[in-house]
Design a protein around this ligand. Structure first.
Ligand SMILES: [Zn+2]
Length: 255
């Protein structure tokens, strides 16, 4: 598959390298579930197509060339023959179709994500990190592991016009960002917000105390500040530092 680079645009190749890096970072931070979840990125110069990880590769094995370009129908225009997860095609195309402002989506089955998704409460704005998601998290009920294509409409509805994240009830999490680097930041912070809420709830239960809930106006203000953070192009300046970590350890994701 080493000839993929010669068959795609420079913009697509850059998206491939960056998305492969997100998989490697996710593996490094223990956000993978064997090879059972999927991340996607819109192809910059082919907005109806997106890149998705194929079956058969662990996150730490994913490279720029191994990502598969597909569309909402699951076509394989580069004719790689690589098998794709049908649920992944459905889930990611639902978000990318409905939200032209979203460039990348990342779906996980981490223990904190699954645990938060199993509670009969929402992501609570009890930390600065969680407040960043205030009013930006949708909740999508578990339907089944089958691929019902009309579920796309319900996923888009539940994410809403300005959602940054979905809690897939009894299932896991999904982050949806305006760029590949910012989606990595969103995913990482969403995971930490869930983990810290679980810790806080357990500690509060053990101590017989409650949770300190900031005012609604502070939550709204903090979420707006995080939106500005995500929109600032300068924030992508952190991205080379993440890539340098990967390059020192194993630059193979760039191949
Ligand atoms: Zn899943």
């Amino acid at each position: 598959m080493t000839d993929i680079r010669s068959r795609v645009s420079e913009a697509e190749w850059e998206a491939r390298v960056n998305l492969a890096a997100v998989f490697r970072l996710a593996a490094k931070h223990d956000l993978s579930d064997l090879a059972l979840t999927h991340f996607s990125a819109r192809v910059p110069d082919e907005p109806d197509r997106f890149l998705l990880n194929p079956y058969g590769l662990m996150f730490e094995e994913i490279t720029a060339s191994s990502l598969v370009k597909t569309d909402r129908e699951g076509n394989d225009p580069l004719e790689t023959g690589s098998p794709l997860n049908a649920v992944g095609i459905m889930l990611h195309s639902a978000v990318l179709d409905a939200r032209p402002d979203v460039a990348c989506t990342a779906h996980t089955h981490t223990v904190p994500g699954m645990a938060l998704a199993s509670l009969d409460t929402e992501l609570l704005p009890i930390s600065q990190t969680a407040m960043a998601f205030h009013g930006r998290v949708g909740y999508h009920d578990w339907e089944s592991a089958e691929t019902e294509l009309d579920e796309r409409e319900r996923i888009a509805r539940d994410l809403g016009p300005d959602g940054r994240a979905l809690v897939l009830k009894n299932h896991g999490l999904l982050a949806a960002g305006p760029s590949i680097p910012m989606t990595w930041v969103l995913l990482f912070e969403l995971e930490r917000a869930c983990a810290s809420q679980l810790d806080a709830m357990a500690a509060a239960h053990a101590a017989g105390t409650g949770l300190d809930m900031p005012s609604a106006s502070i939550c709204v203000k903090t979420a707006r500040q995080f939106d500005e953070f995500l929109a600032a192009p300068a924030r992508d300046n952190d991205w080379p530092a993440y890539l340098e970590i990967l390059d020192r350890e194993d630059p193979g994701y760039r191949e």
